[in-house]
Ligand binder design. Structure first.
Ligand code: MN
Length: 717
């Protein structure tokens, strides 16, 4: 049993080791005296004075170098709930930040609901609110729960089990995802002790019995490795490494035998630089044969909770297997304290530190982004809780892209889940998957450390069958929304087709029908305000094409079509174009599809305005078919050509600088560039000036090679 009766002096001794500002220390003491007074006369179930609990919670937090506000909140965390406290007075005394932290923690312990499920829903929501406002709320709560778990022996068995289950379901995974290994592994060991005492004590017993023997081997191995590194002048420290009982339990639970667990013999090497990590690894591998497939480079590919280290297993002295971790001191700090290692930024002023901790949380932790995404999805509270629990917090596997990016997925995920997680566009165009170099079916169950390559095809699209395959809510929602969007798109497409066929049949020029005053009359008449709705109404048979056309044209048929001069931009490109059999004719480039020298082109004979040149893929040509004429390019271009590009990215970061520099590298000038969408990801529209098609294609290729660019398209207006 841990010694629980600590005093404020014990706490302050710890605080003094890293909080140097005397005002901050003063504030911690203030909080202590206030809490002590408020808790006077209250006792813990263990029989001790109540104040020992907040003191211990604060002490736990000093082990991860929590800041003074966090320590104040720890000392005060139970006064609002348990004591008669005037909230205004509290805010006045300790300030709004500490109040918010205490209030956040209080709200987490104050939930009472009739059913377990209702309770969980509220719990998760509160955790998410707490975390998104100030991650310190969750860190204080973790320390609070850890101390309660340490003193759980004083509560009835039934409550012990309930609390322990909750810890394994919620708190240990939270600590894991925040990277606070210290707190996570103690929480897990304590839970196992209450949930399965026989197993727990059995493992502890076996570990103790083999300890002396293991220590000898570990010591010898440490010496050998240390000599090796000294010989090559790599400054280092080596630690033996105690394995947590819970992690051994997990391996035994998966069917391993106690004697087979490799990492019972484990050492950790700490060095100064990343380069030394790899040097040390090379030296070790050259002396001790590595066990195949056990090497992991989490330095180049950090885990989603920011963990970095090299892992390898080698045949060490006497042929025993040793698990070796190699990392820098800084990586070790992050491995132990995770997000909490980011308080230590030595900036002045508390707010800067907090902002830092919070911004690391929101920017760097994948699980945080995921929870936020889920909370934005429209789903029932129950689905939400299950998704957070099953897909974000528990039972996760790590898989890699061929480039080595790590993705965390729930157990049971398929290549499709992975594809959708990489990007919805990747998901939607998936045609196959390779895992570790082998072709697998799309419903293959991914395993930890699989390397997954997704094959895509631009013209491929999702299948409804996928809904039965995917495991994650994220992928399922994206597939569903694809289909609901797509069905609408199909009807819009069909409506447009119907309408324009009818217009051609009646020889009504499209640009006239769509001209502003005419189309406004149509909108007004049908009580709509955009073309998509118009097409949709026709496509879904709400109105026939003729009814729509008759709004502005009546029943009459127009004989003489007016011409499409609006879409034509005059330029003197004549010298680059050869029109069969005709000399000296006015030629201009169509501004709808902007062909560049080298494109497949078609000429269109306008009335009185010469010939306009379109790309053969331009959809405006479809309505002008009977006036088309064969044209071709002169062999060498003399003009400059304009082209409109639509550039899609998978980021919201501003990439304009990168894009423009890619263009200027190959002497493409940019006429205009603008961001046209910032909803989910940034999309840009850019008009460039190029020599010819080859020049343009080179630009498109270079842009496509930028990692965050998902597609580059030439626009046809
Ligand atoms: Mn408490």
């Amino acid at each position: 049993m841990k010694k629980d009766t600590i005093t404020i002096d014990d706490l302050m001794d710890k605080v003094d080791t890293y909080i140097k500002d005397s005002k901050e220390r003063e504030k911690i003491l203030d909080a202590y005296y206030y809490a002590k007074e408020k808790h006077t006369g209250q006792y813990r179930k263990s029989g001790e004075e109540y104040i020992t609990h907040p003191l211990n919670v604060a002490l736990i937090l000093t082990s991860i170098y929590a800041d003074y506000e966090c320590l104040q909140a720890a000392l005060l965390h139970d006064v609002i709930e348990d004591c008669d406290v005037n909230i205004e007075e509290f805010k006045e005394k300790f300030g709004p930040t500490v109040y918010k932290l205490v209030d956040g923690v209080t709200k987490l312990s104050k939930l009472h609901f009739s059913t377990d499920n209702e309770y969980l829903v509220e719990y998760y929501k509160k955790i998410i609110v707490g975390m998104s406002e100030d991650v310190r709320v969750i860190i204080v709560k973790l320390a609070d729960r850890l101390h309660n778990m340490r003193t759980l022996w004083a509560t009835p068995v039934e409550k012990q089990k309930k609390k322990s289950k909750e810890v394994l379901e919620i708190f240990a995974p939270l600590a894991h995802h925040l990277g606070i290994h210290k707190i996570k592994s103690e929480l897990e060991d304590l839970s196992l002790r209450y949930l399965k005492p026989t197993v727990f004590y059995d493992i502890a017993d076996k570990l103790n019995k083999t300890k002396a023997e293991r220590d000898t081997y570990v010591y010898e191995m440490q010496e050998e490795v240390s000599d090796l590194l000294n010989l090559h002048h790599i400054p280092h420290q080596i630690k033996g490494r105690a394995k947590s009982i819970y992690s051994i339990y997990n391996k035994l639970d998966k069917g391993k035998k106690f004697s087979d667990i490799y990492d019972l013999l484990a050492i950790r090497i700490l060095v100064d630089t990343e380069q030394d990590c790899y040097l040390a690894l090379g030296l070790i591998h050259s002396k001790f044969r590595p066990l195949p497939k056990r090497f992991k480079d989490y330095i180049a590919m950090p885990k989603p909770n920011m963990y970095q280290s090299l892992h390898t297993t080698v045949f060490g002295i006497d042929g025993y297997l040793f698990e070796i971790q190699i990392r820098t001191y800084e990586m070790d700090e992050i491995a132990e304290n995770g997000i909490a290692s980011h308080w230590a930024y030595k900036e002045n002023g508390g707010s800067t530190k907090t902002a830092n901790l919070q911004s690391v949380t929101t920017q760097k932790l994948q699980f945080f982004k995921e929870i936020m995404e889920l909370s934005n999805d429209k789903m029932s509270s129950e689905d939400f809780v299950n998704s957070v629990k099953d897909e974000v917090l528990n039972n996760n596997i790590y898989v890699f892209t061929p480039k080595g990016d790590v993705f965390e997925l729930p157990k049971g995920s398929t290549p499709l889940d992975f594809a959708y997680k990489v990007h919805s566009k990747v998901g939607e165009t998936t045609v196959g998957a390779l895992v570790n170099g082998n072709i697998v079916p799309l419903d293959y169950e991914l395993k930890n450390n699989d390397i997954v390559k997704i094959n895509t095809n631009k013209s491929a699209h999702p299948s409804k069958e996928w809904l039965n395959i995917v495991k994650t809510t994220g992928a399922r929602n994206k597939i569903r929304s694809y289909f609901s969007k797509n069905e609408k798109e199909v009807l819009i497409e069909r409506g447009k087709d119907f309408l324009e066929k009818e217009l051609r049949k009646r020889k009504i020029p499209l640009n006239e029908f769509y001209s502003e005053d005419k189309i406004k009359e149509v909108y007004k008449n049908l009580k709509i305000d955009n073309l998509d709705d118009l097409y949709y109404d026709i496509g879904s048979n709400k109105h026939t094409s003729n009814t729509v056309i008759n709004i502005t044209y009546g029943e009459k048929v127009i004989e003489q079509p007016k011409l499409l001069k609006n879409i034509v931009k005059i330029s003197d490109t004549a010298s680059d174009i050869i029109v069969d059999g005709i000399d000296k004719i006015k030629v201009s480039i169509a501004s709808c599809c902007k062909p560049v020298h080298g494109d497949d082109i078609v000429g269109y004979i306008t009335r009185g305005n010469g010939i306009t040149i379109h790309r053969s893929t331009c959809r405006n040509l479809a309505s002008m078919d009977d006036r088309c004429i064969k044209v071709s390019w002169d062999s060498t271009p003399t003009n400059k050509y304009y082209s409109d590009l639509l550039i899609r990215t998978d980021t919201l970061d501003n990439k304009l600088a990168d894009i423009t520099s890619a263009a200027s590298k190959i002497s493409v000038s940019i006429n205009s560039i603008k961001t046209i969408s910032r909803e989910e990801y940034a999309t840009y529209e850019m008009e460039v000036v190029v020599k010819d098609l080859e020049h343009l294609n080179k630009l498109i290729l270079d842009l496509n090679n930028l990692p965050y660019i998902t597609s580059v398209e030439r626009l046809i207006q």
